[in-house]
Ligand binder design. Structure first.
Ligand code: RTP
Ligand code: MG
Length: 148
């Protein structure tokens, strides 16, 4: 079973969309494995977005992600990385598929509401960066057989 890392970014929190994001992932059939609400330190932001260091949007990205609290989560399910990316929609909201979160709720690439890991390897690294192993909850749903 695959796991992926998800953030509801500061704009999603400020706009009251935490529940909307969780509801869509839950209804898709994914299972919540870990969650915490936190203010992001500069150190954590720089580690999370290290791959973008040096790009023109990097300083604004660090300011954005540290500007208000975020909801950090781990979601689990078959093809969770790809499924969550699809549920979020394309990075640029104007290119996001109708029905995706970014299509339905966002306009700007710099205010695109959510983050989701883009590969299984990056998911593992991001989960390890944001969560300690004891924060990951192993549990079974009684309905798992009906989804998987
Ligand atoms: P994320 O990492 O947040 O899930 O988003 P992503 O994979 O869809 O996009 P990525 O290329 O990793 O970019 C990370 C975040 O940086 C901001 N961004 N701004 N102004 C720009 O051109 C620009 N490009 C990217 C977005 O907030 C994007 O989600
Ligand atoms: Mg990314």
């Amino acid at each position: 079973m695959e796991r992926t890392f998800v953030l509801v970014k500061p704009d999603g929190v400020q706009r009251g969309l935490i529940g909307e994001v969780i509801a869509r992932l839950e209804k898709r059939g994914l299972k919540l494995t870990a969650a915490k609400f936190l203010a992001v330190s500069n150190d954590l932001a720089e580690k999370h977005y290290a791959v973008h260091k040096g790009k023109d949007f990097y300083p604004g990205l660090i300011r954005y992600i540290t500007s208000a609290p975020v909801m950090a989560m781990v979601w689990e399910g078959t093809n969770a990385v790809a499924v969550v990316r699809q549920t979020m929609g394309a990075t640029r909201p104007w290119e996001a598929a109708p029905g995706s979160i970014r299509h339905d709720f966002a306009l700007e690439v710099g205010r695109n509401l959510t983050h989701a890991s883009d590969s299984v390897e990056n998911a593992q690294a991001e989960i390890a960066l944001w969560f300690s192993p004891t924060e990951l909850v192993e549990w079974q749903r009684c309905s798992d057989d009906w989804i998987f």
